[in-house]
Write a protein that binds this ligand. Structure first.
Ligand code: NAD
Length: 475
């Protein structure tokens, strides 16, 4: 059983009657799972009107009451985890265990925002003149519109739903057309938890047409997007016409530096497990491996061994540890990166090719000896390919790690306290993990610098993103 795909507008789940639609595919088999209805321009206008109407009451609903509904929604998501995990694996490909982990994390994110919403305090600033009050008030921005990608079909919507709704905003979410079922199940759980009509609306369609329509409307006041750098820049341009607030979680190309004093086998084990999670389709995935020359061989040998130990297959089957890529376009992207690396002297140590003719499988791959200006070292791979190169000095490797225009995540492994401090200070990224890959939690800020984006989701920063600041002076 897959999901019953619907739009959600003004509290009503709407089917495809008379609407344009598109098929949704299972990336492990190529089979069609269901037909996804597209929202018409009239549907989008109804969603905007409903969100605007709902905002007038939702903003005045006590944060405690908003939080109670969101918390109930998170609980329903947890209760329904078996069904939702299956939907996610069928449409996205990741193994069931990863789908379950993501759904639990997403429920925790919604619950965290539900609690934090009641702590949006503002400030009192002492005035120079006696009898004058100076208040900093936080007011919900208004109707938010959000666009989420296919790699984390539960977590990326949860961050936007949780932040917007806990702050008192209403939301129109356009989730990814490749993986709509998970978003529909989340919307159902939240409606069942008691969300008033119009507070959360869910639409699908042609991404460029839907985002242009929603952002151009004077009703929307906040734009949140997770996806590629190119699309993010386009949406910021659209939002700038009417000076709308934006949060942009864009791509990265996370460098990893493994210093000579690190344990090469332990580091390679942790990094390879992290690298191949979700078949590498993770924006904070470790993706450029700079390993000190003195430990390059044991590190690479262990990395290759972990890659070869993974069981590639349909994520619904027992024992499978890596699923397919989300679509054939991602397999083609991997082939292009490997061909370029090999043409420039790269050595494929394992993998390097698509697997089979059914579904969009690509082998866990390790490539060494490639130059820093190869595509794989400069473009976000967003797939299961690990390029490993060597370095010899601290300043040299920091310059290489910081050389790209991205700055989402960055990692380093070392047993030296002094090196840990220096590398933590020196890496240009929104999130840095030293001796750990755990840089994403409900309560910690998640976001990038430079081309990787603007603003954060998660942590108190993720809630602040949905507030306007008003300074009130009262004499
Ligand atoms: P893409 O750029 O076509 O799409 C990325 C996402 O943005 C998709 O979910 C898509 O539906 C959406 N999108 C595309 N155009 C849009 C528009 N005009 N308005 C609103 N949404 C729009 O690329 P793709 O082939 O799906 O993925 C390839 C690249 O996207 C990856 O290499 C990676 O760099 C990036 N990506 C990043 C993330 C992330 O978590 N930051 C997630 C998914 C994809």
């Amino acid at each position: 059983m897959y999901a019953d795909l619907k739009l959600l507008i003004d509290g009503q789940f709407l089917s495809g009657e008379g609407r344009a639609s598109q098929p949704v595919f299972n990336p492990a088999t190529g089979a069609v799972l269901a037909d996804l209805p597209h929202a018409s321009p009239g549907d989008l206008d109804r969603a905007l009107d409903a969100a605007q109407r709902a905002f007038e009451t939702w903003r005045k609903t006590a944060p405690q009451d908003r939080g109670r509904i969101l918390k109930r929604g998170a609980d329903l998501i947890r209760e329904r985890i078996d069904a939702i995990a299956r939907v996610m694996t069928l449409e996205q490909g990741k193994p069931l265990a990863e789908s379950r982990g993501e759904i639990l994390y997403a429920a925790d994110v919604i619950e965290w925002y539900a609690e934090e919403g009641r702590r949006a305090y503002g400030r009192v600033i002492p005035a120079k003149t006696p009898g004058v009050r100076q208040l900093v008030l936080l007011e919900p921005v208004g109707v938010a519109v959000a666009f989420t990608p296919w790699n984390f079909p539960a977590l990326t919507p949860a961050r936007k739903i949780g932040g917007a709704l806990a702050a008192g905003c209403t939301l129109i979410l356009k989730a990814a057309e490749d993986t709509p079922g998970t978003a529909v199940e989340f919307a159902r759980a939240l409606q069942d938890a008691g969300l008033p009509p119009g507070v959360l609306n869910l639409v699908f369609g042609d991404p460029a047409a839907v985002s242009a329509h929603l952002i151009a409307s004077p009703i929307s006041r906040k734009v949140s997007f997770t996806g590629s750098v190119g699309v993010g820049k386009q949406l910021v341009r659209l939002a700038s016409e009417d000076m709308k607030r934006t949060t942009m979680e864009l791509g990265g190309h996370a460098p990893v530096i493994v210093f000579e004093d690190a344990d090469p086998v332990a580091a390679a084990t942790a990094l390879a497990m992290g690298k191949y999670r979700n078949a590498g389709q993770v924006c904070i995935s470790p993706t450029r491996f700079y390993v000190h020359g003195s430990i390059l061989e044991p590190f690479t040998d262990r990395f290759v061994a972990v890659a070869q130990s993974l069981k590639l297959g349909d994520g619904t089957e027992d024992g499978v540890t890596m699923g397919p890529l989300v679509s054939s376009r991602r397999v083609e992207a991997m082939e292009r990166l490997v061909a370029d690396a090999v043409a420039r002297g790269g050595v494929v140590r394992t993998g390097g090719a698509r697997r089979g003719n059914v579904g969009s499988f690509f082998e866990p791959t390790v490539i060494t000896d490639l130059p820093d200006d190869s595509l794989l070292m400069t473009e976000e791979p967003f797939g299961p390919i690990a390029p490993i190169v060597s370095f010899s000095g601290f300043d040299e490797v920091m310059a290489r790690a910081n050389a790209l225009p991205f700055g989402l995540a960055a990692y380093a492994f070392t047993t030296s306290n002094a090196t840990a401090t220096a590398v933590g200070d020196g890496l240009k990224a929104g999130m840095v993990g030293v001796n750990t890959l755990a840089v994403s939690n409900p309560e910690t800020p998640f976001g990038g610098v430079r081309h990787s984006g603007v603003g954060q989701e998660g942590g108190i920063e993720g809630l602040q993103a949905y507030f306007d600041v008003k300074f009130l002076a009262q004499a």
